[in-house]
Design a protein around this ligand. Structure first.
Ligand SMILES: Cc1cc2nc3c(=O)[nH]c(=O)nc-3n(C[C@H](O)[C@H](O)[C@H](O)COP(=O)(O)OP(=O)(O)OC[C@H]3O[C@@H](n4cnc5c(N)ncnc54)[C@H](O)[C@@H]3O)c2cc1C
Length: 388
């Protein structure tokens, strides 16, 4: 089977990347080991949610996926509050003050995945091969050869690894990865609230970790509590009523009584830095290329920015240019380096700063929140960085 480009992984990043190449004149194969379950009418809420930045929303519009989402299941973040562990230090970000309609849109993972998948299977330039198990990958001088476990062989000029944090593609070609587990787990769950959230996303930086309540449509919120793994296990063992009480106490009852509407689930957290984003005839995007702490809600947004940039470089290549050309891929790597390094550095530094029991450091971090809060220009700069 001959293609121009093979994408391994049809998660949010891999699927959007393939869709973004609709005018690139490339024949694309998208291979995934599984098929996502399709979204059907339902009244439950996915506990896996994303804060989609305005830049990512625009990209998903261009991919033809955003317009397929049910707007009744989306929720706008109009204000964001970050509260320090002395409970008096607060940092506020407002969409209105920044001249924006909203800071982000909260969307459920399964709804996004389903919209992207439906757009993918309809796209004329894409052949979806799923479920399929990858067996062997060989990078030759003028082509890439991928063997599947069922004996099929795919050839292309370029292969893109979008197969997540444990990337098979990255392992096959021996790109080194520096993995640092945070000894933390993110506990996620959704709650019905007694009081309205008014479009405010609130994040508490506490000694027990970072706890975020993000607005869902109606009187509902989604929680992401990144905390020490032993504490996470304790939270996961609680019955729903006790978990609601525990989260209510940790958030000082700001939304009144809470009731669990989606049971708790857990995600272990780690930081990953890869040595290279490219090799001749190969590029990595999304979590295959970087993995960051979710405290800034930026992981998938960072991945969408990889997808957008690589698609831009490939679409702008001359008609005669081999899409696996190393000089083209270098352009992608250079363009993405700074954004990725900044996000890794910022999320890692914040995680360390707020994960320390050191008293002077505690004073300093709370002072820092108050200081930034008094600097509108700096706050606007931070917002611009986050919405890209
Ligand atoms: C608790 C938590 C909360 C988060 N919240 C946010 C948030 O609010 N905002 C945000 O921007 N980010 C957030 N993130 C980060 C976000 O989840 C990830 O960055 C994002 O899911 C990465 O997408 P991806 O498509 O790169 O990888 P994945 O979602 O991991 O997709 C990989 C795809 O590759 C396929 N695959 C894997 N191996 C193979 C193989 N060998 N062969 C074929 N296919 C394969 C898989 O089936 C899958 O479809 C959060 C993360 C966590 C843990």
């Amino acid at each position: 089977m001959d293609f121009d480009l093979i994408v391994i992984g049809a998660g949010l990043v891999g699927a959007s990347f393939a869709l973004a190449l609709q005018t690139a004149g490339l024949r694309i194969a998208v291979v995934d080991s599984s098929v996502p379950s399709m979204s059907v009418e339902r009244d439950d809420w996915d506990s896996r949610i994303y804060a989609i930045s305005p830049g990512s929303e625009e990209f998903l519009q261009q991919c033809g996926a955003w317009q397929m989402l049910d707007t009744a299941r989306l929720s706008a973040v109009e204000d964001m509050q970050v509260i320090g562990d002395d409970e008096t230090s607060v940092l506020n970000f407002g969409a209105y003050a920044a001249g924006m309609r909203e800071l982000a849109i909260i969307a459920e993972s399964r709804e996004l995945q389903s919209a992207l998948w439906q757009a993918l299977i309809k796209a004329h330039h894409v052949t979806v091969i799923a479920p399929a198990a990858c067996h062997e990958l060989v990078l030759e001088k003028s082509a890439v050869r991928l063997s599947l476990a069922d004996g099929r062989i795919l050839r292309a000029q370029l292969i893109v690894g979008a197969d997540g944090a444990d990337s098979w593609v990255r392992t096959q070609v021996g790109i080194k990865v520096d993995t640092r587990p945070y000894a933390q787990t993110a506990v996620v769950a959704n709650f019905a609230t007694e009081q309205a959230h008014r479009g405010v996303a609130t994040q508490w930086f506490q000694r027990t970790g970072v706890l975020a309540l993000l607005p869902l449509p109606g009187a509902r919120v989604s929680m992401v509590w990144s905390t020490a793994t032993a504490h996470a296990e304790e939270l996961l063992a609680l019955d729903p009523a006790s978990l609601a009480l525990r989260v209510g106490a940790a958030t000082h009852g700001v939304l009144g009584d809470l009731r669990v509407i989606t049971p708790a689930a857990a995600f272990p957290l780690r930081m990953q830095r890869v040595q290279r984003l490219i090799l001749p005839r190969l590029a990595l995007i999304g979590d295959a290329a970087h993995n960051v702490h979710p405290l800034a809600g930026q992981g998938v947004n960072l991945g969408f920015r990889d997808a957008r940039e690589l698609a831009r470089v490939l679409t702008a290549r001359g008609a005669q240019t081999d899409c696996g050309d190393f000089a083209l891929l270098r352009r992608y790597e250079r363009a993405r380096k700074e954004d990725i390094a900044t996000m890794q550095l910022t999320t890692d530094a914040l995680q360390r700063l707020f994960n320390s029991d050191n008293a002077p450091l505690a004073k300093l971090r709370n002072f820092g929140l108050r200081l930034v809060n008094r600097q509108p220009a700096l706050k606007n700069l931070l917002i611009r960085q986050a919405v890209g």
